[in-house]
Design a protein around this ligand. Sequence first.
Ligand SMILES: O=P(O)(O)OC[C@H]1O[C@H](O[C@H]2O[C@H](CO)[C@@H](O)[C@H](O)[C@H]2O)[C@H](O)[C@@H](O)[C@@H]1O
Ligand SMILES: [Mg+2]
Length: 254
Amino acid sequence: MTRADTMTSPADAIDLDEVALLLDIDGTLLDFADTPREVWVPPTLRRTLGGLLARTGGALALVSGRVLADIDLLFAPLELPAIGGHGAELRVAPGERSDPARTPSLDPMVKRKLAGVAELGRGVLIEDKGYSLALHWRLAPDKGVAVTAMVQSICESFPDLPLEAMPGKAVIEVKPAAFDKASAVAELMRLPPFEGRRPVFVGDDVTDERVFPILPPLGGFGFAVGRDIPGTAGSFAGPAAVRAWLDGLLERGA
Ligand SMILES: O=P(O)(O)OC[C@H]1O[C@H](O[C@H]2O[C@H](CO)[C@@H](O)[C@H](O)[C@H]2O)[C@H](O)[C@@H](O)[C@@H]1O
Ligand SMILES: [Mg+2]
């Protein structure tokens, strides 16, 4: 399949007057690191995103599994429109706050049980996002199967709670089933300045796969990163290729 970093269209045929740019963070804009805190945001990326935000009239948003507070620390001093926590949070414009009543936190009893999974061994990390809890094993790759099995079993032990165990890259995350990136992107695209624009979404992970099918009915399309995903318009080899593409979009004014 043609890769977006080598092809001439449709990645290069984007008109910034028409599109809304929706960008996943980890594995799309940023290279993976051993732990969530160790990722690095190149200064050029901040400048490019800030420039594209202005050039699209505010229609650029990050769409991430990370929560907004975490996103803002990573990209500071830049603050961007963003979907955080896999759709738990929504900020349409810089300076605004996501409505805290929008999504309930994950049940504390579920969190306590999940936190116990870290006993499987050194290198199994807990990330508490309020709305959800993630268990990472990038530092302990041999623990992935056991972590996944324990997490699934814990979720099944709460049959009355609508929980979702979402796999990712060396991680599994438990969240309320009521929201995801696709539902939040659909909501964002109904609001100005996103409304009426063609959504162009770039993402790398399982959670992003739900977003791709909602784009064509809105006149948009998506790009995968690091692999080919059916239903996308192409794929980028990795985050460096995505960053170079964004630099190019801004440079030529698209
Ligand atoms: O939706 P995204 O913006 O792609 O966020 C997905 C998850 O990214 C982070 O975890 C992943 O990246 C870490 C840093 O490179 C890596 O150590 C970890 O193994 C990956 O799973 C983040 O920590 C999660 O909260 C996000 O859901
Ligand atoms: Mg990602």
